[in-house]
Design a protein around this ligand. Sequence first.
Ligand code: HEM
Ligand code: HEM
Length: 178
Amino acid sequence: MTPRSYAPSQKVLHWAVAALIVALVPIALAMANLPDGPLKNALYEWHKSFGLTVLALALARILVRAARGAPPLVAGLPAWQRRAAHASHLALYVLIVLVPLLGWAGTSACCAPVMLYFTLPLTLPVSGGMPVGEAILRVHQVAAFTLVALVALHAGAALHHHLVRRDGTLRRMWPGRG
Ligand code: HEM
Ligand code: HEM
């Protein structure tokens, strides 16, 4: 049966993943451009830990989504907007799994160990050393910037619904509302 609203868990997971991505992209830009030193190293560690947290929350999101579904899009949208909404939501789900997986695999190959929040060792068994790691991290970077572009479009569409169309699209993803 199609639900009439998002479950509280779907809302919490949506905004937790969004907040982590908003935090870890500027961290990525800073860590890639800073000179070598303790700050750069610490930013790498936070980037990897936030990214692995996104991966765990994304998998939880997909399980809840598969079990519960999502409410239908608001009524009255033209067909192309319905298709664009469905396609972009699917692409966002794919990228929030793929981007951290690529980062994790690339770092494991070139620059082990991977530690979760400076404590739990979580290195993947990826061989090939620096050449393989660097190649995977280049794909990670392209996929990450694709994710950022899609998130910008997605947030723009949400604001358009809220401010111009004035429908309930943003409110129904907002915590605590129906
Ligand atoms: C930053 C990373 C973000 C990701 C990865 C993301 C991902 C997603 C996905 C996959 C859905 C579809 C949910 C489903 O059908 O199960 C969704 C829905 C939604 N998102 Fe985001 N989102 C992000 C940020 C944002 C931001 C910043 C806003 C608002 C400014 C926003 C507003 C919404 C709204 C309103 C919906 C509900 C759309 C509807 O029910 O028709 N999202 N998001
Ligand atoms: C949704 C999750 C993630 C996003 C959005 C993301 C985003 C990015 C971006 C935008 C860059 C490029 C920075 C630049 O070159 O200007 C980057 C680089 C990097 N990411 Fe991620 N990342 C995520 C998850 C991860 C994870 C889970 C790991 C490892 C466990 C990781 C490891 C790295 C590494 C090592 C680099 C640097 C590559 C280099 O020094 O050239 N990332 N990430």
